[in-house]
Design a protein around this ligand. Structure first.
Ligand SMILES: Cc1cc2nc3c(=O)[nH]c(=O)nc-3n(C[C@H](O)[C@H](O)[C@H](O)COP(=O)(O)OP(=O)(O)OC[C@H]3O[C@@H](n4cnc5c(N)ncnc54)[C@H](O)[C@@H]3O)c2cc1C
Length: 388
């Protein structure tokens, strides 16, 4: 069996769904292929914090800021998945407040709007927080969280309505020039051809690239963390409670814990800032959700009866230097690939600028720093901890 289109997008996570939407909106014939269902990879286990907060280097922070702005524009056009609650950071001691003040004044992005809060302002904005754990705080009003399943389902639906073909449960097993070979869940083999192939298969991208003799430098998410927390630091734990009567109004971060409203009316919570310190096979990993729930209950006494309803282990898509890769990996055969952490924040912006590039519009200046050739120098092959 075979299919032909203008563009094949491999991977229906936040990146692939956003690209399929953008390319189909521009009138191109798109085939979107995924080994599972849409948003079932890393995009199913993400904290989905939309931010350009404390990211480095500057080009990466700027890229994330463009991502935030692209989500704001989508919201203004009627998209309903970016919940721009603002992010409220709690300082529990004088030292934490000084640190926070430095972070707020270092927020060099104009119009980001970050500002310090007094203790009473924090408690007014988040009345559920235990007053005993607040000394001061800060608010980042343009940040928030994104409802990933709704976004992916909606973008997919729009793409299909414009004629895109969707092939779920079809695994890409090889690239032969620009011919994409797949095997479906029932064993059916198929080949897809197109004028260009964009691989946005998250942690599946390196093995697809390898099948064509190409290198795509991601950290192996199954690797174990070393004593310094890297390079195996790509596993994170996201938990949610059942519905609650009185939860956080904002995206809230405090020492050792971050919480936000959940899709089910409950609370989604994750570790902060030590997330990603476990190997995926470490049995200790399963003690983390209870530990974090205790921290949630301490921060929000009204949640002392809340219990955990779901836990997801997410494997970060982490290029070897922690930064985004968006580039042609085989220009002759018109094969492009994207691999990035912070992909929820970046998805809407990347979709626009990558669509420009693969349709012949040239490279956007925001992508200059994120080309593949930076890995050609041995000096850049050192592995860093994840850029948040
Ligand atoms: C714990 C955690 C917390 C995070 N928090 C944030 C956050 O707060 N803010 C933020 O912006 N980002 C965050 N991220 C990062 C963000 O979630 C990811 O960058 C993003 O989800 C990556 O999306 P993707 O589309 O590239 O990959 P994925 O969502 O993994 O999608 C790739 C798709 O490709 C498919 N695939 C793989 N191999 C094949 C194959 N051979 N054939 C066909 N299909 C294939 C998979 O089935 C999958 O559906 C977090 C990540 C984790 C793990």
């Amino acid at each position: 069996m075979s299919s032909r289109s203008s563009f094949i997008v491999v991977g229906a996570g936040v990146i692939g769904c956003s690209l399929a939407d953008e390319l189909s909106r521009r009138g191109h014939a798109v085939a979107l292929i995924d080994a599972g269902e849409a948003a079932s990879g890393t995009s199913a286990a993400t904290f989905a914090w939309i931010n350009a907060n404390s990211k480095s280097p500057d080009e990466y922070r700027q890229l994330n800021y463009l991502g935030l702005q692209a989500h704001e524009r989508a919201s203004a056009l009627g998209a309903r998945w970016f919940h721009q609650t603002g992010m409220l950071q709690v300082a529990a001691s004088g030292d934490e407040a000084s640190q926070l003040e430095r972070n707020v004044s270092n927020a060099a992005l104009p119009a980001y709007g970050a500002r310090m809060l007094t203790r009473s302002e924090v408690l007014e904005l988040e009345p559920g927080i235990d007053p005993d754990v607040v000394v001061a705080g800060a608010v980042y009003p343009r940040e928030g969280w994104l409802d990933v399943p709704t976004m992916c389902a909606s973008l997919l639906e729009h793409s299909i309505a414009r004629g895109a073909q969707y092939f779920p449960f079809e695994k890409v097993v090889g690239l032969d020039g620009s011919i994409v070979r797949t095997v479906a869940a029932d064993g059916t083999e198929r080949s897809h051809t197109a004028n260009a192939v964009i691989i946005a298969a998250g942690n599946g991208t390196p093995s697809i690239a390898r099948s064509a003799g190409l290198d795509f430098p991601l950290i192996d998410p199954e690797g174990n963390a070393d004593a310094a927390g890297s390079p195996g630091a790509s596993v994170g734990i996201i938990s949610s409670t059942g519905p609650v009567a009185f939860g956080p109004r904002h995206f809230v971060r405090a020492t050792g814990i971050a919480v936000r409203p959940a899709r089910n009316g409950g609370v989604t919570f994750a570790d902060h800032p030590t997330g990603g310190m476990w190997g995926i096979n470490d049995p200790e990993i399963w003690s983390v959700p209870n530990l974090l729930l205790e921290r949630v209950r301490r921060l929000y006494p009204s949640l002392r009866e809340a219990s955990t309803e779901s836990v997801s282990l997410g494997k970060r898509v982490l290029p070897e230097d922690g930064l985004t890769i968006a580039d042609w990996i085989d220009p002759a055969n018109r094969i492009y690939a994207i691999g990035t952490h912070s992909g929820v924040t970046l998805s809407a912006h990347l979709a626009t600028v990558v669509a420009d590039e693969v349709t012949g519009g040239g490279r956007h200046e925001s992508l200059e720093r994120f080309a593949l050739h930076r890995f050609n120098s041995a000096a850049t092959h050192g592995v860093k901890a994840p850029a948040r």
